[in-house]
Ligand binder design. Structure first.
Ligand SMILES: *[C@@H]1O[C@H](CO)[C@@H](O)[C@H](O)[C@H]1NC(C)=O
Ligand SMILES: *[C@@H]1O[C@H](CO)[C@@H](O)[C@H](O)[C@H]1NC(C)=O
Length: 439
């Protein structure tokens, strides 16, 4: 290497040494991606994707058409992917193909419920609805994919796009994880649309952000009989009622008041006749905690209480946690370093006044499986435009997505990824000592 070349290189190397690499380009990515995402052609394209998915909602592990739609858009963008993982899941790759690897995740499944909103793109599948915004999550991740693919030559590593099935109780994230999709991946980001925060804002927190969850179902058996001759029956309705009242005391009397927990019985089924004591009653519900120990303690006590309290009224009980269909979800815990990274990128893009710290939620999210395996970060992105009125919360039949959120989600995810790669990319190939040798 000649002297002149070195003289040119030296100031550049000094800049690299003195200043962290990130300070020069952070704001550039955020600004560039938000402008790109707000282009009319990109917005229209995302809106169209979101509406096509909304019209054809598919529940956990049956997202076949949704998955096909995503793959055809990835093909159009010339993005390579692996499929199927966990039946309908897709993992796509953008960038150099080398380390570092950073993952972005979207969930694809809908809910078993009837849409109540009357509009042009209402669900065409009876009894199924995208009432949790996963249609928007997919559109935003494809939006991020498009932005990243347009800038692929500038990416200092590889972005992994994760489109997962069955977030709503089916633990699709766990199955994707078991498929090895995050091997060698440094970190993962996920988001959720929110009807609590204004459009153009985000809300999040470091540490635990959503609770861990489990589900239970119990059959309480007695002996059926005539409703007017109770002495010849063993009444499971009264036994189940006492069980439910006793379950209330697990949180109020056994849990630390400063350690949030929930036990809710949401299902109570007898035979439905007015004048017959049924043979058995089925109850079911869910429990929540921010720690694994807390969750396991609740599980053990729920089982003990149901069996013990049913026995007081001469009934037998069997308790099931159905973990094959509904695995326990760990709490979603946001990594502290990624929190700093998130604040930096989000504040650059939307201003610090629009980045809010929120209280943890007792709701659960299977993103937690990813965040348990590698550093993870989950945040909420606001959709509320007050001039357009109140939005119903997720899982309501009247839930609506404000599609103005799409460019924000796409640009944020893309910027979080590109900036991460920049910060965690390997040191420049030419090091100072090798240079000194040449001098
Ligand atoms: C409960 O189980 C015991 C043992 O299997 C059985 O003898 C009894 O009849 C059962 N009682 C009811 C109410 O089902
Ligand atoms: C909120 O909605 C109004 C009416 O549709 C619209 O004019 C305005 O631009 C929206 N605000 C934002 C921040 O998008």
């Amino acid at each position: 290497m000649g002297f002149i070349n070195l003289a040119l290189l030296l100031p550049i190397l000094i800049i690299f040494t003195i200043f962290p690499k990130s300070t020069c380009s952070n704001s550039l990515w955020a600004e560039k991606f938000l402008n790109s995402a707000k282009r009319a052609e990109v917005v229209d394209w995302m809106v169209n994707i979101r509406r096509r998915i909304h019209e054809n909602p598919e529940v956990g592990y049956q997202e076949f058409q949704t998955s096909k739609l995503i793959r055809s858009e990835l093909d159009n963008l010339d993005i390579k992917y692996k499929y199927p993982i966990a039946q309908t899941g897709i993992v796509a790759f953008i960038g150099s193909g080398n380390q570092p690897f950073l993952a972005l995740r979207a969930d694809m499944d809908a809910l078993n419920m009837e849409e109540g909103v009357e509009w042009e793109h209402k669900s065409k599948n009876p009894g199924k609805m995208h009432a949790c915004g996963h249609d928007a999550h997919v559109a935003m991740l494809l939006g991020a994919a498009r932005l990243l693919q347009e800038s692929r030559l500038e990416l200092q590593g590889t972005v992994i796009l994760v489109f997962q099935p069955a977030e709503e109780g089916g633990g699709g994230a766990k199955q994707m994880l078991d498929g090895g999709i995050l091997d060698n991946v440094g970190a993962i980001f996920g988001l959720h649309v929110s009807t609590d925060f204004p459009l153009g804002s985000v809300a999040t927190r470091p540490g635990p952000v959503m609770a861990g969850s489990g589900f239970f179902e119990a059959v309480i058996s007695g002996k059926g009989g005539h409703a007017a001759i109770p002495q010849h029956a063993i009444d499971p309705i009264v036994a189940a009622s006492n069980v439910i009242v006793t379950l209330q005391q697990l949180v109020s009397r056994e849990a630390d008041p400063l350690d949030s927990k929930v036990v809710t019985v949401a299902k109570f089924q007898g035979d439905g006749a007015f004048n017959v004591i049924p043979d058995s009653v089925t109850i079911g519900g869910t429990f929540r905690s921010f720690s694994k120990e807390g969750l396991m303690q609740l599980r053990d006590r729920i089982q003990e209480v149901i069996i013990g309290q049913a026995a007081v009224q001469r009934c037998n009980a069997s308790v099931q946690f159905n973990t094959d269909d509904r695995p326990f979800y760990p709490a979603t815990v946001n990594n502290e370093d990624l929190h700093k990274h998130f604040l930096k990128v989000a504040e650059q893009m939307i201003g610090s006044e629009n980045v809010m710290e929120m209280q943890p939620l007792m709701g659960a999210e299977d993103f937690s499986f990813f965040a348990e395996a590698i550093p993870g970060y989950f945040y909420f992105i606001g959709m509320v435009n007050e001039t357009e009125g109140q939005l119903e919360p997720g899982h309501s039949p009247f839930f609506r997505v404000n599609e103005d959120v799409l460019p924000y989600g796409a640009a944020l995810q893309a910027s979080l990824a590109a900036t991460y790669l920049l910060e965690y990319s390997p040191a420049p190939a030419i090091r100072e000592d090798s240079l000194r040798d040449e001098l």
